[in-house]
Design a protein around this ligand. Sequence first.
Ligand SMILES: [Zn+2]
Length: 238
Amino acid sequence: MSLNDPYADGWARAIGAAVEWLPADRPTLVVVPHPDDEAVMFGGLIARLGRRRAPVRVLAVSDGGAAYPDIADRSALEHDRRNEQRAAIEALGLQVGDVERLGLPDGEIERHESLLVGLIARRAEERGCDQIVAPWELDHHTDHEACGRAALEAAGHLPGRTTLVSGFFWSILREPPTPGLQLRAVPLTQDERVAKSAAIRCHRSQTERPGHERPVLTADELSITGWPFEHYLVRDVD
Ligand SMILES: [Zn+2]
């Protein structure tokens, strides 16, 4: 995180207290609100599971057409971002066929939340996934929060116990951590860090915007993706 970030101290304490945790090498469903979140939020975890041959299914919830409000041609941006996400998925060691596109509208996922709950639960059950990875339901972005809430509710609908692995991005940059938040730290190998970095670089529409004030993701914001750990909230949901 940036040293200029007013919330750095609170997150530094939460992260410093995080207990090391490793995901189980078992069928896993990953809920991704926008193309880039699979790399930025979960890249190391996905790379780890992929290399260990754990079946990973990615639900690509939106195609990211609302990234730049001044771009009128959403379909062209969505086309580019789908291609970027395909390349990122391969950089993380998965195959394009491991991704299922839901096509929900970027910026309005919460309007389709009950549909999303059903889709997550159905796909997890079909694929035998008892581990679900999604954004934290308080990740300071309406789409991330909707996906997080939907994953939590879907996990509760599944038979047996499901491990819900919730990731962070915007909340680390924009809010102090919730008091008492107990994080888990997934250590990343050098190979996993390289794969994550390569996947993030695939999302050029989000990291470069020549001639404009700033891209969606600045180098300063992305600095948190270079850490040797990814941090998650891990909950067992019955
Ligand atoms: Zn996102």
